[in-house]
Design a protein around this ligand. Structure first.
Ligand code: SF4
Length: 82
């Protein structure tokens, strides 16, 4: 999964881009639900939020490192294909 760092300026451009609805407005900054983030695996070649974030504050989450296969499994569970 990806994570939004505290460099976030709350611009809101990433939230509508997430195909998994994993991004929401948190108490102080936007947050990613790691249970929903597939790093866009299953949808796109690149994480869409990273493409649009103006301050590049959405790196890989070191606490939620996953392989492509694991991300694809998560995608299938989320979409009901598993
Ligand atoms: Fe925050 Fe970046 Fe999302 Fe804007 S695009 S809300 S700066 S994480």
């Amino acid at each position: 999964a990806l994570i939004i760092t505290d460099d976030c300026i709350n611009c809101d451009v990433c939230e509508p881009e997430c195909p998994n609805n994993a991004i929401s407005q948190g108490e102080e900054i936007y947050v990613i639900d790691p249970d929903l983030c597939t790093e866009c695996v299953g949808h796109y070649d690149e994480p869409q939020c990273q493409q649009v974030c103006p301050v590049d504050c959405i790196p890989l989450d070191p606490a939620h490192v996953e392989s492509k296969d694991e991300l694809m499994d998560k995608y299938k569970i989320i979409t009901g294909e598993a």
